[in-house]
Design a protein around this ligand. Structure first.
Ligand code: Z5A
Length: 215
């Protein structure tokens, strides 16, 4: 593998999309070829799955098991259609969420058996694993305030996953904490309450050491 695969993780409102865009801009300014993808989604098939998972008016009865499989159907497509070819071409691939989201949301959040969750992830991604994962961590009050501010300024579609109760998101946070503890080499936790530029600087400190090792 010639490229570099970086994933961004964390609960909603942590600033992932904002920081993914900033990191891509900085890498491009340094002459790197960068591919941005998001999950669920990132391919035409994946974007249709994303609509089913999040916004479809017919998704209210979705089971946790179906949710797990749909997330990974989208992922299996993304890995083969986009991520592997981009890495083979030496690009830096930045994922706005990847399989740690499945462990945190479907495993810890929905309470699915972690053995089953990891088996499905293994099938979807195979050997395609991020070298670096950044969890953007903000206190729940900050996350809620940011999302409320965004909702006030943008028309937002109903989102089935965001309809879960507070305890669900607390379990998701515990999932991320467990992942970070289990894999400290790959996963770095970034305090993301700070102003955007300060968060971007912390992210750059984590990313920069990887660049000399990639094409
Ligand atoms: N999900 C899953 O369950 N299982 C899986 O395997 C996968 C995903 C892959 C995807 O939602 C949902 O799917 C997600 C997990 C689940 N569900 N939830 N809930 P999404 O892609 O629509 O959204 P998200 O990933 O949850 O992210 P988000 O809500 O869009 O937030 P974000 O990307 O982390 O933050 P942002 O958009 O960059 O920033 C939010 C606002 O804060 C915005 O107005 C910014 O201008 C502002 N912001 C950003 N940074 C700052 C700083 N530093 N200071 C102040 N304000 C800031």
């Amino acid at each position: 593998m010639k490229g570099l695969l970086i994933s961004f993780e964390g609960t909603e409102g942590g600033g992932k999309s904002t920081q993914v865009a900033r990191l891509a801009e900085r890498l491009r300014a340094e002459g790197r070829r960068v591919r941005l993808v998001r999950e669920p989604g990132g391919t035409p098939i994946g974007e249709e799955i994303r609509f089913t998972l999040k916004h479809s008016p017919h998704n209210g009865a979705m089971t946790a098991e179906a949710e797990l499989l749909l997330m990974n159907a989208s992922r299996a497509q993304l890995v083969r259609e986009v991520i592997r070819p981009a890495l083979a071409a030496g690009e830096v691939v930045i994922c706005d969420r990847f399989y740690d989201s499945t462990v945190a949301y479907q495993g810890y959040g929905r309470g699915l058996d972690l053995g089953h969750v990891n088996a499905v992830i293994d099938f979807a991604v195979g050997e395609t694993r991020p070298q670096l994962t950044l969890i953007l961590q903000v206190p729940p009050a900050v996350s809620q305030a940011r999302l409320a501010a965004r909702q006030a300024s943008l028309p937002v579609m109903r989102d089935r996953i965001e309809e879960a109760d507070r305890s669900f998101f607390e379990r998701v946070e515990k999932g991320y904490a467990a992942l970070a503890e289990a894999e400290p080499e790959r996963i770095k936790v970034i305090a993301a309450e700070a102003p955007e530029a300060a968060v971007a600087a912390a992210i750059w400190s984590a990313v920069a050491p990887w660049l000399p090792r990639t094409a």
